[in-house]
Design a protein around this ligand. Structure first.
Ligand code: GLP
Length: 252
């Protein structure tokens, strides 16, 4: 597990975008796993800026997103489908049919989960997965307690996650109670994973991830078992690690 330190959010975003661009140039048919939330917004901004200036092409890239809310249609302004279009897909040359997110409107949600895992398999697996982390250590929407062997599944969101995400909705009651998320074992099959961590509010969980043993109460702790993970963290996110000394040097 490599840790790349960034001065601030923008530098973290630039470094992440640079890493993605290098991969896309090396492998034009890259299968790129994407995340939503506040954290990757700056990364997408840098990718769009690069596209405007250098036209790096995504014509052969496939993207697979981590998750989608249950009950929100593609056109719903608060769906992750809309988020991805607004932050990235509308501004680069990726064909729409090569961008994939779980369908939160599927009548058979269990079937949808299976279809999503099969889709990823048929694409040959994820080459590079971008991840954020929840303050409780969740990745995708895999909340604490989720089995490490989980495949894509339907999850009930914790009150803490619904509360955190309420800012994207008019009020808390509008935040869906469930989501479809790529499972932990699905994420772990990715060939490379880049975890982005920014801000004071993530400093404690980043410290816990690195200093505590791998356990299902900290879903992101499983990443220590993967042999190709890069964490890009900014100074604020590294604050507790620095304060407590050497945790970052003994990640397992
Ligand atoms: C959300 C998403 C995750 C994201 C995380 C952190 O609920 N499902 O994929 O990584 O929580 O979000 P943020 O980047 O806004 O802190």
């Amino acid at each position: 597990m490599e840790i790349i330190e960034a001065k601030n959010y923008d530098e973290m975003s630039q470094k992440a975008a640079q890493l993605i661009l290098t991969k896309v140039k090396q492998t034009p048919s890259l299968v790129l796993g994407l995340a939503t939330g506040r954290t990757p917004v700056g990364t997408y901004l840098h990718l769009v800026k690069d596209y405007q200036e250098h036209q790096t092409s995504y014509r052969h890239v496939h993207t697979v997103n981590l998750d989608e809310y249950v009950g929100l249609g593609k056109e719903n302004p608060t769906s992750y489908h809309t988020y991805m279009k607004e932050h990235l897909f509308n501004h680069i040359d990726i064909p729409n049919h090569q961008t994939h997110l779980p369908n939160g409107m599927a009548t058979d949600l269990q079937g949808e989960c299976q279809i999503y895992d099969e889709l990823i398999e048929n694409l040959g697996g994820i080459d590079l997965q971008i991840l954020g982390i929840g303050v409780n250590g969740h990745i995708g929407f895999n909340e604490p307690g989720t089995s490490f062997s989980s495949t894509t599944n339907v999850v009930e969101l914790t009150p803490s996650t619904r509360g955190k995400n309420a800012c994207y909705f008019n009020n808390l009651s509008e935040v869906p109670s469930d989501a479809v998320t790529m499972g932990i074992s699905t994420i772990m099959k990715s060939k490379q994973i880049v975890l982005l961590v920014s801000g004071m509010q993530k400093a404690h969980i980043l410290y816990k991830l690195l200093s505590e043993p791998i356990n299902e109460q900290i879903p992101a702790s499983i990443l220590k078992q993967h042999d190709n993970v890069i964490i890009i963290a900014d100074n604020e996110a590294l604050a507790v690690i620095r304060h407590n000394g050497s945790a970052a040097k003994t990640p397992r």
